[in-house]
Design a protein around this ligand. Structure first.
Ligand code: NAD
Length: 450
């Protein structure tokens, strides 16, 4: 069995790899288990130094990694460079976090009580295809910082950057067996990791549907899970907002990464009194998104990941859209930037499209905006645009979502927690919060009597 890796902008096969099965997965878990005692015994200072070296190697190989990611995912090269920059920053952050992840002493009668953090053991990391290297680093950084060893399963469609990162980890001096990458099917390798009795935790990012399977599978061994799942986030625009700024930013909150973004603000909720003006500005801004060859320096949106995914995206657009942009002719899984008018009950507003399609939905007032924004099984991200600070904070409190931005569409920062409410999952990645997902807390009581 092989995995065929295709450049989605050209449809050219760029690699053919062996597809691992259960035996190879078990062998990787055994390697990770063997490497665990020595890795967890590495002093915090040295573990930090090794992560720092990995961060530096990622910087030194930044252009190479960005090209791999751009060719494999179809990402515009400028965006891919930014993502690789974040990967280096993530390893720098966790290099600095190793010796700050300390316990506490708790006042109790008859002795001293203290808490320690232990690694979990061998952790399985399962990653999707939309941000392969970024999401890998969000899991790998805290997992290694806490002293775990890792078996990483990249998505079948996009395994190349993770394989290169594992080589860089070795070059950085992280011992053999600490980071193991297994390329293969989710239903085989991923499933085996979830069921494997020697795997202590699964850090999973992917669809809500597969996340559900992972959670069920983990139950048999009481495995810890972090689930970073799908989203259907709302971009809430009040009439008093800086409409020009909100409209100029809105396309990039949906069409970035060709809409294949769990944080995509794919429901654009606009206060009715500003709806027509905003729609006009949004169409103008969307027309300006530069769609085309991902290797061009000024390209802002590339193709979708695969032909079959394009069919899925297409199936969401019924009738004549409010706006549909242009795409290159010829090879590549292109789909245009598309705006549709919708109600929150329409399929387009309820399901994750994971493509460059945004639904415009009007609302009447603040209460209506909150009701519509929360009327979804998901709760990952979102934005609020208003000049009224009190309202911004009121609405931010009311929205059932893990990450929210005010007068901005950014969701992700290295030092701040990221994760979902409701069926967007649970557990937090990034920042110091991620360390909690990769360690146990041990309580030690030492009697001072007698
Ligand atoms: P997916 O769920 O199909 O696959 C994700 C990973 O799980 C892949 O590596 C896949 O091989 C593996 N997998 C598949 N079946 C499995 C099984 N039975 N057991 C274990 N592993 C299995 O998702 P995708 O299509 O690769 O990615 C898109 C989805 O990821 C979207 O829903 C998106 O919202 C979500 N996502 C979420 C976040 C987040 O942080 N919340 C970030 C990026 C993507």
């Amino acid at each position: 069995m092989t995995v065929t890796v295709v450049n989605p902008a050209t449809e050219v096969v760029i690699a053919t790899l062996e597809s691992a099965g259960v035996d190879e997965t078990d062998a990787a878990v055994a390697r990770a288990k063997h490497a665990l005692p020595a890795w967890r015994a590495v002093s915090p200072k040295d573990r930090g130094l090794l992560l720092r070296r990995l961060a530096t190697l990622v910087e030194e190989h930044g252009e190479e990694l960005a090209r791999i990611e751009s060719d494999n995912v179809g990402k515009p090269i400028s965006g891919a460079r930014g993502e690789v920059g974040m990967v280096a920053d993530v390893f720098h952050f966790y290099a600095g976090a190793v010796d700050k992840h300390h316990g506490e002493t708790i006042p109790v009668a008859g002795g001293i009580d203290l808490t320690l953090h232990d690694p979990l053991g061998v952790v399985g990391l399962i990653v999707p295809w939309n941000f392969p290297l970024n999401i890998t680093s969000w899991k790998l950084g805290p997992a290694l910082a806490c002293g775990n060893t890792v078996v990483l399963k990249p998505a079948e469609l996009t395994p190349l950057s993770a394989l290169r990162l594992a080589e860089l980890a070795l070059e950085a001096g992280i011992p053999d067996g600490v980071v193991n990458v297994v390329v293969g099917k989710g239903s085989v390798v991923g499933r085996r990791l979830v069921e494997h009795p020697e795997v202590a935790k699964i850090g999973f990012t992917g669809s809500t549907e597969v996340g559900r399977t992972v959670m069920k599978g983990a139950a048999d061994t009481i495995k810890r899970v972090t689930l970073e799942l799908g989203g259907k986030s709302a971009n809430v625009i009040f009439a008093d907002a800086d409409l020009e700024r909100a409209a100029a930013a809105a396309p990039y909150a949906v069409f970035d990464n060709a809409g294949q973004d769990c944080c995509a603000r794919s429901r654009i909720l606009v206060e009715r009194s500003a709806y027509d003006r905003f729609a006009e500005l949004l169409i103008e801004a969307t027309e300006n998104v530069k769609v085309g060859d991902p290797t061009s320096e000024d390209t802002e949106m590339g193709p979708l990941i695969s032909a079959s995914h394009r069919e899925t995206v297409k199936s969401f657009v019924e009738g004549t859209p409010l706006f549909a942009g242009n795409v290159p002719n010829g090879k590549g899984y292109w789909y245009p930037c598309t705006l549709v008018e919708a109600s929150n009950d329409d399929r387009i507003a309820r399901e994750e499209v994971f493509g460059p399609v945004a639904a415009l939905i009007p609302f009447d007032d603040e209460a209506d905006a909150i009701r519509i924004a929360n009327d979804t099984p998901y709760g990952l991200s979102g934005s609020i645009w208003t000049r009224d600070g009190a309202r911004a904070l009121r609405v931010a409190r009311a929205l059932e979502t893990g990450v929210i931005s005010i007068n901005s569409n950014s969701s992700v920062r290295v030092s701040t927690p990221f994760g979902g409410y409701k069926q967007s999952g649970f557990g937090r990645e990034l920042g110091l919060h991620a360390l909690e997902g990769y360690s146990e807390v041990k309580n030690v009581f030492y009697s001072t009597e007698g």
